[in-house]
Design a protein around this ligand. Sequence first.
Ligand code: ZN
Length: 186
Amino acid sequence: MAVDPSALEIVHYPAEVLRRRAAEVAEISDEVREVAARMISLMHEAEGIGLAAPQVGLQWRMFVAHVPESLEDDRSASSDPLTATLAPTVYINPVLTLPEGVVEPYDEGCLSLPNISGEVLRPPRITITALDLEGKTFTTRGAGLLARCWQHEVDHLDGVLILDRMSQLSRLRARRAIKDLERSAV
Ligand code: ZN
């Protein structure tokens, strides 16, 4: 195995890998399944709702998400559009299509940007098509936090961070935390 899944850890900005465009996963092997399992446990440990492969140092187009049902949300996790995942879900070679609605602001954080959050505008509903761990294609329409999570994670696969998308005011507020991360990496 080229990758030791147990050695994977979450990498922080300004790691290079977070800025590269990830490559499609060519074959869903045991290695991919073990990496996905490791990513899910790292995401849970860090109390995040999503984690993309570049965030563990791998240039793979894959992410995991586990978005709990929100109490305020009257839609259930089985409705269309979906707003939550019933269980941790793996998305391989994901593609987003059909954004719907007027872009909305929301304060996003990122496991690769500790102590930083910022307001990001995104469409409230979107459709994702991806492969699961058996190599089967699935398509799901999402809304709410789930739609937001998908868009944040697919950004990671293209080397895009919330730093690139957050409002001017949020960037200003996060300036010190960004500097601290840049300094700690040197
Ligand atoms: Zn992130």
